[in-house]
Design a protein around this ligand. Structure first.
Ligand code: ZN
Ligand code: ZN
Length: 154
């Protein structure tokens, strides 16, 4: 999946659009076992101007992920954008797979969250605190622990 820049070089000032909507495997994105919920969409916009290729690229897909707080599966939207000026003498073509991979891995969160406000699991009884109020008093437990600590230290 390469875009030859020869055509652009021959028509300065004209913007070209490219769209690739393929399964993740086509972009070499399946090696770590991620579960894709839709194809990967890569779009590129490129123009040759003043001796440079001005390129704008974007990537979008959805993964079925697991929330790092409540451990529930959810759909994780991954999006990325990239924009650059490439000196004409240094590039012959655009490597779409490489671009897709770079945007994908940059967008992948270390700790996926089903929602910013996800309350996670109760550290006392393990209940999903988004769905039930188990009644465990986390603060009280901390208080008890600090009282205990004080007693031990005295
Ligand atoms: Zn969650
Ligand atoms: Zn609880």
């Amino acid at each position: 999946m390469h875009i030859s820049l020869e055509t652009l070089r021959n028509s300065p000032g004209q913007t070209y659009f490219y769209e690739f909507i393929r399964e993740a495997a086509a972009f070499d994105l399946t090696e770590d076992g991620a579960c894709f919920d839709r194809p990967v969409e890569v779009r590129l916009e490129a123009v040759f101007r003043d001796g440079k290729f001005h390129v704008f690229g974007s990537m979008l897909t959805d993964l079925i992920s697991e929330c790092s707080r409540c451990l529930q599966p959810f759909t994780l939207r991954l999006e990325g954008q990239w924009e650059d000026d490439l000196p004409a003498e240094e590039v012959q073509d655009l490597d779409v797979i490489r671009l897709a991979r770079e945007l994908y891995y940059a967008a992948l969160p270390l700790k996926p969250l089903c929602a910013e406000v996800c309350k996670g699991l109760c550290s006392v009884c393990g209940a999903d605190r988004n769905h039930e109020n188990c009644g465990c008093d986390l603060e009280q437990m901390h208080d008890k622990l600090s009282v205990l600590k004080k007693l031990l230290l005295e």
